[in-house]
Design a protein. Structure first.
Length: 270
C-alpha cells in the first residue's frame, strides 16, 4: 500500500494560550481507504475536515456518518475509529479543557456535532480555513476566528483552569481529595463546577490526563517496557493499568503502541 502522510503541529501565540492548547494538521494520500484510532484526551477540538465524508465507529458495534466539514465529537465511548477515504485533509484546533462547554455549547447532543449552527455568524472565517492549503495560514486564520469568539474573564472558569493545570503538572497522578484540599473547595462542589466547564468528572479527566501523559512518554521512550512505563506513572498493579488504559482508549496498551495512531506521531520529540 502506498501512503503519503504529512503531520504538522504548532502551539498558539502567547495571547491565545488561555484558549488554545494546540493546532495540528494531518494530510494523507493513499491508494486505499484509511482507518485510524483516535483517543479522547479531555480537550474538545474544532475539527475542519475538507473531504467531509467519513464514518466514525465507536463501542465496537456502533457507527455514525460524518457529512460535515466543521465539527466536534462529544461523549462517544471508545474505541473510536475513523474510516476515511483515500484522501484525508484534517486541521484541528484543540481547545483548552476549561473552555469545553463555552466553545461547544451543543454538548448535550451526543455524537458528531455539526458546529455550523453554533458558529453561523463566523462561517466566512470557517470556509477560509477550509480553503487554505498552507498550515501556517490555517493557524493564522484560526487565531483570528478564535479572537472573535473568545470569552470574557470568569472567576469560576479561572478556578477550573488552575485545577486543570495542576492535573497536567502532576501528569494525572493526583486524587480528587488532593485537589479539594489544595484549592480549599468542597469535593462535591468542586466536581460539579469542573464538570460544568469541562464536561468531564474530575476523576475521568484525571485518568485521561494520566493515560495520555503515559502514552506520550512511551512514544519517546520506546525501549521502556509497558511494565516500566506503568511504574513510572504510579501503576504498580498491571491489571489496574490495563483497565485504565482500555477505559480511555478502548484498546489494550500493547495494541495501541503496536499500531500507533497517526495523530500521535506529532508527539515524538526530535
Amino acid at each position: 500500500m502506498k501512503s503519503e502522510i504529512k503531520i504538522e503541529s504548532a502551539l498558539p501565540n502567547e495571547a491565545l494560550t488561555y484558549f488554545v492548547k494546540e493546532f495540528f494538521y494531518l494530510h494523507i494520500e493513499s491508494d486505499k481507504e484509511q482507518a485510524m484510532v483516535a483517543i479522547d484526551d479531555g480537550c474538545y477540538d474544532f475539527m475542519f475536515y475538507k473531504e467531509r465524508h467519513a464514518t466514525l465507529e465507536f463501542e465496537h458495534t456502533h457507527s455514525v456518518k460524518i457529512n460535515t466539514n466543521f465539527l466536534t465529537v462529544h461523549q462517544l465511548n471508545p474505541p473510536l475509529k475513523y474510516i476515511f477515504g483515500k484522501s484525508v485533509s484534517y486541521f484541528g484546533v484543540k481547545a483548552q479543557p476549561w473552555l469545553n462547554s463555552y466553545f461547544f455549547p451543543s454538548h448535550h447532543d451526543k455524537g458528531v456535532l455539526n458546529l455550523a449552527s453554533v458558529y453561523r455568524n463566523q462561517m466566512t472565517d470557517v470556509q477560509a480555513i477550509l480553503r487554505s492549503e498552507s498550515f501556517p495560514e490555517m493557524v493564522q486564520l484560526a487565531e483570528a476566528f478564535l479572537v472573535k469568539i473568545k470569552p470574557d474573564y470568569n472567576d469560576s472558569r479561572d478556578l477550573i483552569k488552575q485545577v486543570c493545570e495542576e492535573i497536567y503538572r502532576r501528569k494525572g497522578m493526583i486524587t480528587v481529595n488532593e485537589l479539594s484540599d489544595k484549592f480549599e473547595r468542597n469535593r462535591q462542589l468542586l466536581n460539579k463546577a469542573f464538570k460544568a466547564h469541562v464536561n468531564y468528572t474530575l476523576k475521568k479527566f484525571i485518568i485521561t490526563v494520566r493515560i495520555i501523559s503515559l502514552a506520550k512518554f512511551r512514544i519517546n521512550k520506546p525501549d521502556y517496557s509497558l511494565t516500566e512505563v506503568a511504574h513510572e506513572f504510579g501503576y504498580f498493579d498491571q491489571a489496574h493499568f490495563n483497565y485504565d488504559f482500555k477505559r480511555i482508549s478502548g484498546i489494550t496498551p500493547k495494541m495501541f503502541f503496536k499500531n500507533l495512531p497517526p495523530f500521535f506521531h506529532r508527539h515524538k520529540k526530535i
